[in-house]
Design a protein around this ligand. Sequence first.
Ligand code: AMP
Length: 425
Amino acid sequence: MKTTHLTNTRFADLGMESSLFKSLAEAGFEYCTPIQEKAIPLLLDGQDVAGQAQTGTGKTLAFLVGIFNDLLTLEPIEGRQLNEPRTLILAPTRELAVQIHKEAEMLNKYTNFRIGLVFGGTGYQSQRDYLQKGVDILIGTTGRIIDYYKQGAFGLDAIDSVVLDEADRMFDLGFIKDIRYLFRRMPEGDDRLNMLFSATLSHRVMELAYEHMNSPTQVTIEPEKVTVDSISEQLFYPSNKEKIPLLLGLMARDKPERSIVFTNTKRDAEKVWGYLVANDIEAGILTGDIAQTKRLKLLDELTESKIEVLIATDVAARGLHIPAVSHVYNYDLPDDREDYVHRIGRTGRAGASGEAISFACEDNAFNLPQIEDYIGHSLPLMQVEDDLLAKDIKPAKIIKRSPRPNRGRPGGKHSSNRNKQHRKY
Ligand code: AMP
């Protein structure tokens, strides 16, 4: 891993509790990333933060350090009940929630906080049981959290700190009403440490921040650096019928260790999967209808190199956390320019180098100007040379249908609100 993305600021010099920088150092983290260097001092000072940071910048450890330090240095709200967490971390997808939980457990090495993880699609009773026994930090996806809250499985009256991760995704996925519902049931905004992270601090995100946070300080990376420096980008203009041969040809040339192919539609994802598998490439497919337990399994298979390629649509891939993806292929240029940034942010993480290769085909080349305008540079153009196109391609395998995912149960009664205690920082 290159270290150019790291600053010269050490975690140990920021004034956090020593148990925290000890666990960080033992996990190999000594120097801060830029977002950590900016956000952690503010959080240690008790200031709310609205951070513009894409996945891969180290934002998770930034907010976790803020939370842990808060938990270690401040007394819980008086009268806190066992099933009232002190921290709530909301993530848009289960994969992101799982990743946050992993990093929180790493940071918890010398502290003894109970950390709960809840997400839909699996473990309904076991997650609920764990939660009811009491957690200090609750990490989860919005739907399952609201479900348990409405049943009275836990309360929000003792919340000291709250994180809204990937806030822009929360809007896209339609969770904002639910998030507002949860915020309104916590102690007042100025009695909590509030953190919000988002790939873009758009108008709607900042409106939410001003509504529920206490004059947050905005921490932004420079706008011209929307994409990560360590990613090398390439653009091809294939005709529609050259797309599959070009993808197979590029994969034969690049031999990517671990890659993701993004498509705009489920139909194209299935088509690409069919061709890759038929042509001897170990590939998995992640579309919105893939059964939820299978999603985590698929990610594990990619992480453990049991499959080389994951084919995904944007909706299915939101919040995915896969370490060291060497190549991202945009089989289609995304319709939403922010999705381009999200997609290519899957590679080049934490300073590792990565390749992002995009196809501007007949159907979506018109998306290019808005993407280039947004990222502030043109994508380097490559020629579709004949020897790059794979020959003798075997016909696509037809996909087998997965069963429909099992949705969670509807909620029950509200938990009661008790008088709020004011906090001092
Ligand atoms: P995130 O943006 O939170 O998804 O983090 C992306 C990756 O960067 C994760 O795999 C982290 O473990 C890693 N990371 C976070 N902070 C640091 C750091 N200070 N030094 C090296 N790697 C880091």
